[in-house]
Design a protein around this ligand. Structure first.
Ligand SMILES: *[C@@H]1O[C@H](CO)[C@@H](O)[C@H](O)[C@H]1NC(C)=O
Ligand SMILES: *[C@@H]1O[C@H](CO)[C@@H](O)[C@H](O)[C@H]1NC(C)=O
Length: 236
């Protein structure tokens, strides 16, 4: 009991000197406490704050709801820091539900902060956007000499930096390329060209092109229709 009393006294002392600075700066210190598991309710439970979901990926133009919750019996203030357009706000005991509209930025961090007995905690959520390819098209292979040229078009995809394009022959990976060096933040068309030596084992195999967007906690896949590698006019 004595130590609990001391703790609340310390909290009151801290309350007299609420830290300044940006929510971003505070967040780095307080994240550990903010994300610690909630203790059973009771006035003596340490103050915690949470945001849900912490990470979400949505198509551009979507709206997103974030639930900022805390265990403060008498919160003095609850704020959301974001550059995104705000929509509705709903609230209940221990939570505030914020709507964000027309999310188009590739990646946005949103901060929710709550002040309880003078102590302020901040929780962070990250909202990413993506656009599934409009189409994945593998051109009919062109045989020249003893090489096939395979060309795969991935259209209207975003973000290209999180895209991996893979060519498969049957179940076998022929070629795979990660486009992480492309940091452009616009919808883009991507054409992948690969030259394949014509070998008997490749013939009459269906070849497909696979586009995979790897977002945090979400994988979006699109495949082309298969094309056949045929011997053409050149005997092997
Ligand atoms: C927000 O989260 C709290 C705590 O998990 C929950 O009780 C509440 O129902 C949630 N609100 C909404 C609108 O989902
Ligand atoms: C991407 O490809 C589509 C369809 O082929 C075309 O209509 C569009 O103009 C292209 N966009 C860019 C940015 O090249």
């Amino acid at each position: 009991m004595g130590s609990l009393f001391l703790l609340s006294l310390l909290l009151l002392l801290v309350a007299d000197n609420p830290g300044g600075g940006s929510p971003r700066g505070r967040n780095s210190e307080e994240r550990v406490q903010g994300s610690s598991p909630p203790t059973p309710s009771g006035t003596s439970a340490p103050f915690w704050i949470g945001i849900s979901p912490e990470l979400v990926a949505v198509p551009p133009g979507s709206s997103v709801w974030l639930n900022c919750s805390n265990n403060c019996p008498l919160p003095e203030g609850s704020r959301l820091y974001t550059q995104l357009q705000r929509g509705k706000t709903l609230s209940g005991p221990g939570w505030v539900y914020y709507q964000l509209l027309n999310v188009r930025a590739w990646s946005s961090d949103v901060y929710c902060s709550v002040t309880c007995a003078g102590k302020t905690l901040t929780a962070t959520a990250r909202i990413n956007t993506y656009k599934r390819p409009h189409s994945v098209v593998l051109e009919p292979p062109v045989l020249e000499g003893n090489e096939y040229t395979l060309r795969c078009h991935v259209t209207h995809v975003f973000p290209v930096g999180l895209l991996v394009v893979t060519l498969r022959s049957g179940d076998k990976v022929i070629y795979s390329e990660s486009l992480e060096r492309y940091t452009d933040l616009h919808l883009a068309n991507v054409t992948l060209t690969h030259v394949l030596r014509a070998r008997p084992c490749n013939l009459w195999q269906p070849v497909t092109c696979h586009a995979r967007l790897s977002l945090d906690g979400l994988v979006v896949r699109s495949n082309s229709a298969p094309v056949m590698l045929t011997p053409g006019e050149v005997p092997l």
